[in-house]
Design a protein around this ligand. Structure first.
Ligand SMILES: [Zn+2]
Length: 101
């Protein structure tokens, strides 16, 4: 089985692409930093600012559930998938080629 070039994958996918797939609506925006309701642990109808995203660095951190990471990790946590199937699923949804090694 081929392995995925995750560095290249992170280059091809912006965290904003993943947030769009998750229908994330920020409750606060300051420059490249967004805050809003965590798509991992919160019910959508509860609006708060637990979840923090840095668009420039493609990193997120949640002060509610403690989860954090990059754009691929965000898909892993929200879809509850292992990283390989999550990466392939994300590429299919965004219409980009999987960067196989
Ligand atoms: Zn959370």
């Amino acid at each position: 089985m081929h392995s995925i070039d995750f560095r290249e994958l992170r280059r091809r996918i912006a965290i904003s692409d993943v947030l769009t797939l998750l229908s994330f609506e920020p409750t606060q925006r300051r420059g490249s930093r967004l805050r809003g309701t965590c798509p991992i642990h919160e019910l959508r109808r509860v609006r708060n600012r637990d979840f923090s995203v840095d668009l420039q660095r493609s990193r997120f951190r949640c002060f509610g559930c403690g989860k954090g990471g990059n754009q691929i990790d965000l898909w892993v946590f929200t879809q509850d998938l292992p990283i390989h199937p999550a990466a392939i699923d994300l590429c299919q949804r965004l219409g980009i080629e999987v960067p196989w090694r």
